[in-house]
Each structure stands twice: as structure tokens, then as C-alpha cells.
Design a protein around this ligand. Sequence first.
Ligand code: NAD
Length: 268
Amino acid sequence: MSRVDGKTILVTGAAQGIGAATARVLAAAGGELFLADIDAPAGEALAAELQGTGCNARFLQLDVTDEAQWQKVLRQVADHGGLDVLVNNAGIVIVGGIEETSLADLERITAVNLHGSFLGIKHAVPVMKARAAARTAGGSIVNVSSAVGIKAYPFGAAYSMTKGGVRLLTKSAAVEFAMLKYNIRVNSIHPGLVETPMLGQETVAHARLGSLGGTSEADTRAAFEAMAPIGRFAEPEEIARGILFLASDDSSFMTGAELVMDGGDTAG
Ligand code: NAD
């Protein structure tokens, strides 16, 4: 398994789901963690859990849509000595037809999923540069996109639009930082359907719309599950292990790349 010993890592959306699994996997692999989320009680509880395993973990309150909060969080990280890895994981989903999607919902999802990732990169990089220059393997930024950042998501266009944006933000940042010789790699990860609270929310919403061939949650869940040729949902830990690989020096020759972990969904 990859290791991140001695690396200081900031994970957004760390309070539950893929973010929490990522924090646990990175902690077990030797990382020092800053856990950022809007959900303070769950974030504090996870930090306490990880401290109990001997990990140096700390919770920081962060709404990724708020630039001033990013600046405050990164000042705290800089005071601690700098940053090696940023995982831009915080995200929300909105399910609904294009004709029914309000401008307010569109702006909200773009602010969290796309602007949040951009602001994270913008404010983390100055805090990563010195340490990246001093290390052979350098820094790493991992942006959590989605299988539907690559393929269509009918009745989820607002979501897929932001995840497609994250994919190209990743590539532009990767090439820009390589040109600037920052020694900071930037890659995206593209999970298929993962068993988290977000998936539960999507299942309820699609069942209400009848947009996946049924109006019961059981039918919707079965239709979702059938999307991946592998025939099941991912566990959050399976995605977390991909994030660990991109965070670690094992992926030292990868930048601007897409790590697809979708049970074959986008392959066929
Ligand atoms: P989740 O809803 O279970 O957890 C998301 C976390 O992000 C929560 O802790 C929430 O409090 C936090 N968050 C939301 N808005 C925030 C904000 N403005 N600032 C800071 N934190 C905020 O979701 P998840 O399934 O764990 O998803 C994590 C990431 O993976 C998201 O970017 C999501 O789009 C992506 N993803 C999920 C799936 C899936 O099937 N679950 C598939 C592909 C990609």
C-alpha cells in the first residue's frame, strides 16, 4: 500500500462519506491531517477518532465557497509549517431536469463543486510551494470529480457540468504548475456510484422524479447498481485508496491525469 509518512494533508468535505474514508486511509498511511468541513460536530468527532489512533489530526471549519474562510484555514496550515497535499473532495449533488433547475440551485452547486475546488487550489498552492521545491516528489493536489464528469448524467446536468469543469480545471492547473516548475502535481479522480449519504440523497430524488425507470427507492437503487458492469456500488474506502495513491509519491510521474474508479461504468 502507498504511504504518506511525513506529509501534511488537507481534506475538504472530510466529515462523512468519501472524505471521511479518505481521512482514515491517509491517517493509517502515516499522514498528518487537517480535516475541513461545514459540519463541525462530525468533523471534530473524526479528528478525535484519528487522534486516538496516534494520528496528528485537527478539524478546521471551512465552507469551500467562501474565499475568506479558505484564506483563514490556509493561514492556520501555514503557521503549522506548510502543506504537501490538498484533497478537494467537498461536493453537493442536485438532481432534476434542466427545465426545472433554478438559477439559485445552479449557482449553489457551481459555487461548492467548481469554485470551491478552484479557490482551494488558488490558496493552497502558495502554502505548498516551499515544501514542494524542497522535496524530490513534490506536492500533490487531488480533485474529486466523477464518472459523470466524463459521461452524461441525464437529470443531473448541473452536477455533471461542475464535475466536467473540475476535470479541466485539473488539467489546466497541472500544466500551469509544471510550466512554473512548482513541483506540484494535480490529478482528478472519477468515482462511479459510491455508498455514501450523497448516494442516498440521489436515490430519493430520482425515485421522486421517476427518472431511472421506477418511482420506488428500491427500483431506483437497483437501476443505479446495474450501471456499473461490476454490478455493485463502491465502498468509500475503495475510492480513498485511489486518493492515497495520487497523494503519495507512488504517482510521482502522474499529473493532469484522470484516475477512473467506476466499476467499468464509463468503459461500455
Ligand atoms: P457526502 O454528501 O456523503 O459528503 C460530502 C461532505 O462534503 C459532507 O461532509 C459535507 O458536509 C461536505 N460539504 C458540503 N458542502 C460543503 C461546503 N460548502 N464546504 C465544505 N464542506 C462541504 O458526499 P460523498 O458521496 O462523500 O462525496 C464526496 C465527493 O465525491 C463529492 O465531491 C462528490 O461529488 C464526489 N462523488 C461522489 C460519488 C458518490 O456516488 N457518492 C460519486 C462520484 C463522485
